[in-house]
Design a protein around this ligand. Structure first.
Ligand code: SAM
Ligand code: DTB
Ligand code: SF4
Length: 337
């Protein structure tokens, strides 16, 4: 897309007029391929039109049901198809989840995300327990997110009634590359669940992973898919593959932090009002690389020593970084008003 179009669209007085859902591959590629510093500069300008640049939303993850998943996602330590040493754990008790969420809130998180290693949600006792967990976490005035696999519209409605803020369901990569990473489900299955979430009035958290051996064109393809969802996902997690022994992607070439920053900056320009979350992979990034990602438009991180099953930076280290950058945690995601 010509540069004039980007700046024009971001200069519109009304937010909705600035958001586009008709991105072609070529127009996305043109942005993604810009000289990196120009791209980051433009992304930071867009960021400041829609968000408070001094705030980073802090989120906390909890694996409420771990391992033994029937899906064969090539990146995932929780797939039953691989020997990764992850200990299978049944669904946690509501009280235990409530305690973890209270601690997360007391430590400054404003969003709590519960993940289950399920292919799909099945109606019954476990789902009823998850609904209770959602009610319990919502009562703490935290944003509540779940990621439970595929979902029907009826199940999405029940989650919405329980007070769920967001549902995480990633597209992960381009439609072309998807089949190289996952064989047990299709891209269309993902899109169908996202639509069910949307119809239930729950906000959508949808992003992907870099560092799986995909090409720039695949990263462009993923961004195009995300940016053409209407409305845009309110939350776009960008993960850097955490390479886990035993998974087919254990030996993948590590992703370049500059590619990560490029991905984040492009996401920021395509979906300027969304929260862009620098998600998995921070343990292998320097403080300077994380800072560049913030400059590129990331405005959220996961905090706490663990993601779902893999390590994350120590809380003290994150606090120091935020302090050194003059950033503070936000109470809530900054949404366009
Ligand atoms: N089972 C549900 C699903 O797949 O939608 C929810 C849990 S799953 C672990 C949530 C997301 O975590 C995946 O969609 C993937 O994007 C991300 N993820 C899983 N393993 C990862 C890894 N090793 N590195 C980076 N991201 C990962
Ligand atoms: C997302 O995009 N990243 C988070 C969250 N959504 C659920 C998960 C990252 C998982 C990293 C691997 C692990 O810790 O098991
Ligand atoms: Fe299962 Fe989700 Fe892991 Fe895929 S990413 S194996 S669906 S837990």
């Amino acid at each position: 897309m010509p540069e004039s179009l980007i700046s024009n669209s971001l200069d519109q007085p009304s937010l909705s007029a600035a958001l586009r859902y008709d991105w072609t591959r070529d127009s996305v590629r043109e942005i993604y391929d810009r000289p990196l510093l120009d791209l980051i500069f433009a992304a930071q300008q867009a960021h400041r039109k829609f968000h408070d640049p001094a705030r980073i939303q802090l989120c906390r993850l909890l694996s409420i049901k771990t391992g033994g998943c029937p899906e064969d996602c090539g990146y995932c330590p929780q797939s039953a198809h691989y020997e990764t040493g992850v200990q299978n754990q049944p669904l946690m008790a509501v009280e235990e989840v409530f305690r973890a969420a209270t601690k997360a809130r007391d430590e400054g998180a404003s969003r709590f995300c519960m993940g289950a290693a399920w292919r799909e949600v099945r109606d019954g006792r476990d789902f009823d327990t998850v609904l209770e967990m959602v009610r319990a976490v919502a009562s703490l005035k935290l944003e509540v997110c779940c990621t439970l696999g595929m979902l029907t519209e009826d199940q999405a409605q029940r989650l919405a009634s329980a007070g769920l803020t967001a549902y995480n369901h990633n597209l992960d990569t381009s439609p072309e590359f998807y089949g190289r990473i996952i064989g047990t489900r299709r891209y269309e299955d993902r899109l169908r669940t996202i639509q069910a979430v949307r119809r239930a009035g729950i906000t959508v958290c949808c992003g992907g992973i870099i560092g799986m051996g995909e090409s720039d064109e695949d990263r462009v393809g993923l961004l195009q898919q995300l940016a053409n969802l209407e409305p845009h996902p309110e939350s776009v997690p960008i993960n850097m593959l955490v390479r886990v022994q035993g998974t087919p992607l254990a030996g993948a070439e590590p992703a370049d932090a500059l590619v990560l920053a490029r991905m984040i900056a492009t996401a920021r320009l395509l979906m300027p009002a969304s929260m862009v979350r620098l998600s998995a992979g921070r343990n292998s990034l320097s403080r300077e690389a994380v800072s560049l990602c913030f400059l590129a438009g990331a405005n959220s991180i996961f905090v706490g020593e663990k993601l779902l099953t893999t390590p994350n930076p120590e809380r003290d280290e994150d606090n120091r970084l935020l302090r050194d950058l003059g950033l503070s945690g936000s109470k809530h995601g900054q949404r366009p008003s």
